[in-house]
Structure formats: C-alpha cells, structure tokens
Design a protein around this ligand. Structure first.
Ligand code: GLU
Length: 294
C-alpha cells in the first residue's frame, strides 16, 4: 500500500465501557478517515491483562456498532499477536538497540523513574526489555492540530520499556508494531497520548518502519479539569439511545450542530456528519463540561 492512501484506526484498551471521551476519539478518527476517502480500522489493545475488565471488549465493540462506527477490516486483537511483537523485539535485541533490564521502580526512584543506565541491586527472574535511548534523542514532529511538537526523549523519558518484567508486552512496542503491520498512515487519538508519540517515532526508526502522520484530539475534562477516563469515573454511554451522544461528540469536535439536528437515525446522522465535516473547526484545546475549550 502506498503512503499516500489514508488508513486510520481506533485502538481502544478494554479497561471499561466506551465513554464520551472514547466516542470523541472514535468519531474524530472516523470522520478524518472518511473525509480523506480512507479506511478506518478498529484494533483492540488487550495486551495488559491486569487492567483488562471482563466483558469490556464486547461492550465496546457493540457500543461502536450502535454508533454506526464499523471497522473496514476484521477487528485485530493484540492478544493474538505475540509472534509479531517477539519478532520485533528479537530484531532490536540482535541489533543491540534493546537490552535486558533488572531495575525495579524502587531502584529508579532516585532518577525520578527515568532509566539511563542500570542501577539494579538484585537480579530479577525475568528482566524487562528496554529500548536504549541515547543522549541527543530529540524528536520533533508536526501534529495535525497542535503544530510542531518537540521532546528530548533521552532526558524526559529515558530507556523505553518494550516488554515488562511481568512478561507482558508494553503498549509502546505493540502500538508501533501494529501501526506498522497494519500500514496505518494517520494516527488520530486523544491528546493524553501526545507525550508517547516521540518515543513511538524513535521505536519506528529503530525498527525501520515509516512514521505516520499524527493528530491528537482534544480531551474531555471533568468538572475538576481532569481527563475523563474509562477506568475511573466516566459515565458509560447508552448504546440504546445513540443519537444524543453522537450529537454531543459532533459538537465537541467543533462541528456545526445544525448539521445533525434533523436526523432521526444513526445512519442519517453519520451521512450528514461525513458531508458536513470541517477539519479546520476541530478545537485545538481540551473541552470543559460546559462545552468551552481551554
Ligand atoms: N489503547 C489506547 C487507549 O485506549 C490508545 C492507543 C492509541 O491510540 O495509540 O487509550
């Protein structure tokens, strides 16, 4: 597939039911994909069993279906992709860009959790595997909404965990391998992941993968100005009454509310949304509960 064709994705973690913040990311990424005449894929990021909530995968997928947001390809589950992640890890280990690390959180506390070299006092039965991030690893990229973003990954993040000491794959490795394997050209997701993008770009480079375009959508804030999150207080959406939530997400994306006002079905609303979507109206700041942007 050529890099000029657009392929986007929505990649929820099954840590709870779909809520207003995840609908915003799903609808925003779907609208941008459709606007570009591209494809939109759903990938379930279930690589973190301790945080997986039983039933959340089915709940999220049926909620997406109720909102009319269907993956253009069969849904991919990260739990089934160990071999791909292992192959990527082996390549990095062979190249010497990844290494086994016995450091615990306590060991790294003095460095504020940032790993620059191993300081482990004891050997673990199963070490973590980290990507080596040498000094000078400064990454800049152009975010579709927020403009130029720059991060000194060595100073701010340090060596990145690829496989955790509990044996599970780290999100950072799985997401980069899958965005590459699925030929994703455009990553559209919540701004809570903005900080992860530079390390993902470093990892893409280490694996010889292309870097997609990135756009980080505004986050929904609660009354205290904190991000709504599916794992805590966020109210789940009611998939039996999808239109009000769809209209709310449309307006939160800065779009003209009148576009969806007369619709009586989800199909109609999505058709209108596709026709009326204006990417230049996407708000650059996070969204307060009263609808204001900050
Ligand atoms: N799985 C992540 C989440 O649910 C999103 C990852 C991504 O879009 O890169 O927050």
């Amino acid at each position: 597939m050529s890099m000029t064709a657009y392929r986007g994705r929505f990649a929820p973690s099954p840590t709870g039911p779909l809520h207003a913040g995840s609908l915003l990311a799903a609808l925003g990424s779907w609208l941008l994909a459709r606007h570009a005449g591209g494809q939109w894929l759903v990938r379930v990021e279930d690589v973190d069993p301790p945080r997986t909530v039983p039933g959340a995968i089915d709940q999220q997928l049926s909620a997406l279906a109720a909102f009319g947001l269907a993956s253009d390809r069969p849904v991919v589950y990260q739990r089934q992709r160990d071999a791909l992640y292992q192959a990527a890890l082996d390549r990095l280990l062979d190249a010497g860009t990844a290494f086994a690390c016995h450091c615990s959180r306590t060991d790294l506390a003095e460095q504020h959790g940032v790993h620059h070299h191993c300081v482990a006092r004891t050997e673990r039965a199963q070490p973590a595997i980290r990507l080596r991030v040498p000094p000078g690893s400064v990454v800049t990229f152009q975010d579709g909404l927020r403009g130029a973003i720059r991060q000194d990954v060595h100073a701010d993040v340090g060596d990145v965990v690829l496989r955790r000491a509990d044996g599970y794959w780290a999100y950072q490795l799985a997401v980069v391998v899958d965005d590459g394997a699925q030929c994703i050209t455009d990553v559209v997701r919540g701004a809570d992941l903005l900080d992860s993008t530079p390390r993902q770009i470093l990892l893409q480079r280490a694996l010889g993968l292309p870097t997609p375009r990135y756009l980080h959508l505004p986050l929904l804030l609660d009354r205290d100005g904190r991000k709504l999150s599916k794992s805590d207080a966020a109210q789940p959406l009611d998939p039996d009454v999808p239109l009000p939530a769809l209209r709310r997400a449309w307006a939160q994306l800065g779009q003209e509310p009148a576009c969806l006002a007369g619709c009586s079905t989800v199909e109609e609303a999505l058709a209108q949304a596709r026709a009326g979507f204006a990417p230049d109206r996407l708000p650059p700041g996070d969204i307060r509960p009263d609808g204001g942007v900050r």
